[in-house]
Design a protein around this ligand. Structure first.
Ligand code: ATP
Length: 393
């Protein structure tokens, strides 16, 4: 999997966010060593420890205000999401770098092409110093953060968003200590599959594209060669592109939710599901290859509709998802789209408030492993908006 890189990014002021609680305190333990290694190459460095949920946004804003041009997140997917939200909203020319020290660290698996576990602290520092970057797409979503449904919230995601059982699992995992890593996910998966009642989901896709998997596999090899050739040309174009970026940022971010007017709308679909995942990246749940064909800068969300399959069937399917071998399983649908709008079944609106709130547990949303809210919701892709420092091999 080669990456199309677009520039050599020079960091002049490094801003660092460290979550001392991530992965059972691993980031806190390693920070003195990491800090020493970073200081050699980045003499101008500011850093903050995050203190609670959401603090990644507050502290990232501070770092941006201090003029940092690269934000390095030493944590897992939760703080990466919080920092990315602030970077994208700021519309500043700032790059995101990551040293994956979370429990799952799924975003980083694509950034480091699956080799993150082989890298030492100095290797990560070298990647930031080398400064190869790729312009990532970002997903934008609008949802109800609470079951009272009295207001809606907007948030970006940089890896995977999903609704249904996966989000309920995230809610449970986040309540646990996560000290057991993948086992925490596995236990919550089991616990949730037993209780989940696989409700119907209703959605409308915008600019939906079906995928021909055989054709895509053939294209894969050819594309890699083409991509390498394109890289040289891309670098040439970079200077001009950078001039245009400011305009592109404000155009896309300010974009209201006009899915209907801008894109081709598919017929509404309803299916009983275990979950529905939308990917910029490929992995979730601590290494499950849920959107295995996703490309981070193609301007599309890879969408996986995971069928309802009962307890044993779901366990089998989840095992397949772990290796990205689920796409040809009967009832599984995988396609791409620029936007998706989810509703709720009419029956839910007729329930008493107490019963509706109980039923909403089945319609949770998670972004990068954090259970953030509930359906109804809209999801949309914003193309090539987040500069990410990536490894080159
Ligand atoms: N000091 C802290 N104490 C408790 N929670 C924190 C603290 N700092 C940040 N958080 C929150 O902890 C949550 C989890 O953090 P993060 O995702 O970075 O680590 P993780 O859960 O170990 O990794 P992953 O999401 O990759 O599995 C995030 O919602 C984050 O906002």
């Amino acid at each position: 999997m080669s990456q199309t890189v677009t520039s050599n990014w020079e960091t002049t002021h490094l801003g660092v966010l460290i979550n001392p609680a991530s992965s059972g305190g691993k980031a806190k333990k390693l920070w003195p060593k990491i800090s020493k290694a970073l200081k050699k190459d980045f003499p101008k460095m500011s850093y903050y420890f995050t203190e609670c949920v959401g603090d990644g946004m507050t502290k990232c804003k501070k770092l941006l205000g201090e003029g940092c041009d690269t934000i390095l997140v030493i944590s897992g997917d939760g703080v990466i999401n919080e920092a990315s939200n602030e970077i994208v909203k700021s519309q500043k020319k700032v790059a995101l770098a990551v040293i994956p020290l979370g429990t799952g660290s799924d975003f980083s698996k694509v950034v480091y092409q699956g080799k993150q576990k082989e890298l030492k602290i100095q290797d990560f520092v070298n990647v930031i110093k080398k400064g190869l970057t790729r312009m990532y797409d970002v997903g934008k979503t609008k949802y109800y953060p609470t079951k009272d449904m009295d207001y809606r919230e907007e948030r970006y995601f940089v890896n995977i968003a999903s609704v249904g059982m996966s989000a309920l699992i995230s809610a449970k995992v986040n309540k646990s200590s996560k000290k057991l890593g993948f086992l925490s996910y596995s236990w919550s998966c089991f616990e949730t599959s037993v209780a989940y009642n696989f409700p119907p989901f209703t959605w409308t896709a915008f600019d939906k594209e079906q995928i021909d998997f055989d054709e895509e596999a053939k294209k894969g090899k050819k594309k890699e060669q083409e991509e390498q050739e394109e890289q040289e040309q891309e670098k040439e174009k970079e200077k001009e592109k950078q001039k245009e970026e400011t305009i592109k940022y404000s155009d896309q971010l300010g974009e209201p939710w006009r899915l209907q007017n801008r894109y081709r709308k598919s017929q509404p679909e309803t299916q009983k599901c275990a979950f529905f995942a939308m990917g910029i990246g490929r992995y979730f749940g601590g290494g499950m290859k849920v959107c295995p064909n996703s490309i981070v800068d193609d301007g599309l969300l890879d969408c996986l509709v995971m069928p309802s399959a009962g307890l044993i069937g779901t366990a089998e399917l989840l095992l397949k998802v772990r290796y990205g071998a689920h796409l040809k399983v009967k009832g599984t649908h995988y396609w791409r789209a620029k936007g998706i709008k989810f509703g709720l079944p009419d029956s839910i609106w007729k329930l008493s408030e107490k019963k509706r709130k109980k039923e909403l547990e089945n319609y949770r949303i998670e972004l990068e492993g954090e259970a953030v809210g509930f359906l109804p919701a809209k999801f949309q892709v914003v193309k090539n908006i987040l500069r990410v420092i990536v490894s080159d091999n």
